[in-house]
Design a protein around this ligand. Structure first.
Ligand code: ITT
Ligand code: NA
Length: 198
């Protein structure tokens, strides 16, 4: 059993590999298909961008494809960087520069106003089918110094109150249990066997 995920983000690829390996699936990503195009994310919403990625690659490969569009919604920044999370500090994605920009924009913002949400929309597309869409959210707060070296992206700055740790201080297993992506995948699994049959 193989599942193709339309991502070139190595952090996402690692998380999906672990999540689906536990269910007996082998994951392939666009890192395994260097010849496939980068899909331009022209959408205004997570769902539009996830659809663009999943449906474009499903059309090319003629098989079911999953895509993830995700990002960090910071309340004190009116929801930015949101769908622009990967390219907050410019393109190509530079995680260190993104984190530095986030800290800079939150300079002087007190702890209680640093609340933020990680969002993940997953779209599962297959040729000649209506796509399946699920979402997950994870609430936390933006710290003032990066902590931890697990995970990827904004994880070292994303403080999870229930754990009293940043996302980058959680084990990979724990992050997958409680993250925006983990929650979205749990919803997907409830629906996709049925969806694949219809
Ligand atoms: P693909 O489109 O190839 O999947 P991408 O990195 O461009 O890769 P997105 O457009 O969905 O993906 O951008 C998501 C960004 O949001 C990602 O680059 C991170 O900066 C951030 N992000 C999403 N999920 C995250 C997580 O679990 N931990 C930390 N940062 C995350
Ligand atoms: Na992207």
């Amino acid at each position: 059993k193989t599942i193709v995920i339309a991502t070139r983000n190595p952090g996402k690829a690692k998380e999906f590999k672990k999540i689906f390996a536990e269910k007996g699936y082998h994951v392939k990503t666009l890192l395994d298909y260097p010849e496939l195009p980068d899909v331009e994310e022209t959408g205004k919403t997570f769902e539009e961008n996830a659809r663009l990625k999943a449906e474009t690659i499903a059309d090319i490969l003629k098989q079911p494809v999953l895509a993830d569009d995700s990002g960090l919604i910071v309340d004190a920044l009116d929801g930015r960087p949101g769908v622009f999370s990967a390219r907050f500090a410019g393109e190509p994605t530079n995680n260190a520069a993104n984190n530095a920009k986030l800290l800079h924009e939150l300079t002087g913002v007190p702890k209680e106003k640093r609340t933020a949400t990680f969002h993940c929309t997953l779209v599962f597309a297959a040729p000649d089918k209506e796509s399946l869409v699920v979402e997950g959210d994870w609430s936390g707060a933006i710290g003032t110094i990066p902590r931890g070296d697990h995970g990827f992206g904004y994880d070292p700055l994303f403080f999870v109150p229930e754990e009293q740790k940043t996302a980058a201080e959680l084990s990979d297993e724990r992050k997958n249990e409680i993250s925006h992506r983990g929650k979205a995948v749990a919803k997907l699994r409830n629906q996709w066997e049925n969806w694949l049959k219809n």
